[in-house]
Design a protein around this ligand. Structure first.
Ligand SMILES: [Zn+2]
Length: 81
């Protein structure tokens, strides 16, 4: 997307979408890339498999600048680059 501000401090040079997925848990501190194949908001990585009872919701990345970006390659990890 041209002209979209990518101001997330961890997002330098990475393809970070405007929308990410977070666990609704109050202890969550990580944003995940949304799984494009899922009907419900769900991380693209294995996080959803680890936490079968977790409730994920999609959120604007810009609203959570204090969250880490998930480092799994399926999400925002660097192994693809
Ligand atoms: Zn993830």
């Amino acid at each position: 997307m041209v002209g979209v501000s990518r101001s997330h401090p961890d997002a330098d040079g990475r393809d970070v979408p405007e929308t990410a997925v977070r666990n609704r848990s109050q202890y969550a501190d990580t944003l995940h890339r949304p799984d494009p194949d899922a009907d419900e908001p769900e991380p693209a990585c294995v996080e959803a498999d680890y936490r079968g009872d977790a409730d994920f919701t999609d959120v604007p990345v810009a609203a959570y600048p204090h969250y880490k970006l998930c480092e799994n390659p399926e999400c925002f990890g660097s192994e693809w680059w």
